[in-house]
Design a protein around this ligand. Structure first.
Ligand SMILES: Cc1cc2nc3c(=O)[nH]c(=O)nc-3n(C[C@H](O)[C@H](O)[C@H](O)COP(=O)(O)OP(=O)(O)OC[C@H]3O[C@@H](n4cnc5c(N)ncnc54)[C@H](O)[C@@H]3O)c2cc1C
Length: 288
């Protein structure tokens, strides 16, 4: 289908974006990489009268370290995450997961800010952000606020951002040196969203789990933090019984919808399997 007619705006600063959002109100939509918004407009699930393109604002594209935080501009593309030597060294979980998103075309244009803002439970960045304890910088007419990823994702296509705000930056605390990581993602083919996926970041002391963070993709109406699974592992020897216990606790919080990728039982089982695999790999990568 063809989208309804819209007016195109190409502001060159964040201040100008905020002004447009205030002036145009609910009839305006922000355009980042366009790989989620434009398909929705073609299907007429979204019918904005105005598109505000963020693509002409170089100040929204960067990856930098500030103290013990990595800061990523909202318009940074998936490929820029993958190519970043800083991220490879400090947050390899993000690099691994970005490489599993869709195909090269999508990764050239799709942005971290757009992926998070879309609020699609099938998107990979929401679970990554929960796993890494990220926060988001939102700018609106009243200034800037910093919102933690925990509590940000409210439901399918629903987040805590207000209609007159844009996301400018993603902030991620640098994981402890020597920690292990893994994003285990099951997808039917290249270009498909996850049937289920699990993000793990952990620290080991010998065979014992010193700290662990686990989050799940596409098995509920938002990304999920698997807090019970984390609690079950903390301070425990990471043997097969502990991993099985964590996988079962992760499965217990899943409530996926049935679709072409599988029914509820299959998707839940796959969330368990991705959790097992991610824990095994993260532990093998951790320094002890
Ligand atoms: C074939 C295909 C397969 C895909 N597979 C995956 C996958 O496996 N995993 C995955 O994670 N994603 C996948 N995607 C989605 C892709 O990663 C999109 O690029 C991403 O969801 C949206 O990012 P974008 O930059 O393209 O945003 P856009 O499509 O431009 O925008 C998406 C939404 O976010 C809003 N928005 C954008 N930027 C901001 C901002 N800075 N502040 C506030 N709101 C903003 C827009 O207004 C819009 O509502 C796939 C897409 C396609 C087409």
């Amino acid at each position: 289908m063809i989208p309804r007619p819209f007016e195109y705006h190409a502001p060159s600063s964040v201040d100008d974006v905020v002004k447009l959002l205030v002036d145009l109100g609910d009839d305006a939509k922000l355009l980042a990489g366009g790989h989620s918004l434009l398909p929705m407009m073609k299907l007429r699930f979204a019918e904005p009268g105005h598109l505000i393109d963020l693509g002409r604002i170089p100040a929204l594209k960067y990856i930098a370290q500030e103290g013990n935080e990595i800061r990523i501009g909202a318009m940074t593309s998936e490929n820029e995450l993958i190519w970043s030597p800083l991220l490879k060294e400090k947050i390899p979980l993000l690099v691994e997961a970005a490489g599993l998103i869709s195909d090269p075309q999508v990764r050239y244009k799709g942005t971290i800010g757009g992926d998070i803002s879309h609020g699609d439970p099938g998107n990979d960045h929401p679970a990554l952000m929960l796993c890494l304890g990220a926060s988001f910088v939102l700018r609106g007419p009243k200034g800037e606020r910093v919102v933690p990823a925990a509590g940000y994702f409210l439901g399918t296509y629903m987040t805590a951002i207000q209609p007159d705000e844009l996301m400018t930056e993603v902030r991620i605390p640098v994981p402890a040196a020597g920690s292990g990581w893994c994003y285990a993602k099951l997808k039917r083919k290249t270009g498909d969203f996850a049937t289920a996926a699990t993000a793990v970041q952990l620290q080991m002391q010998g065979d014992t789990v010193q700290s662990v963070s686990i989050a799940l993709t596409n098995v509920a109406d938002t990304a999920l933090k698997a807090s019970d699974a984390e609690a079950a592992l903390l301070g425990r020897k990471l043997d097969d019984a502990a991993i099985e216990d964590a996988a079962r606790k992760a499965m217990a919080i899943c409530s996926p919808v049935e679709d072409l990728r599988g029914d509820v039982e299959y998707k839940t089982a796959m969330a368990g399997e991705m959790t097992r695999r991610a824990l095994h790999t993260a532990a093998a990568r951790a320094k002890r």
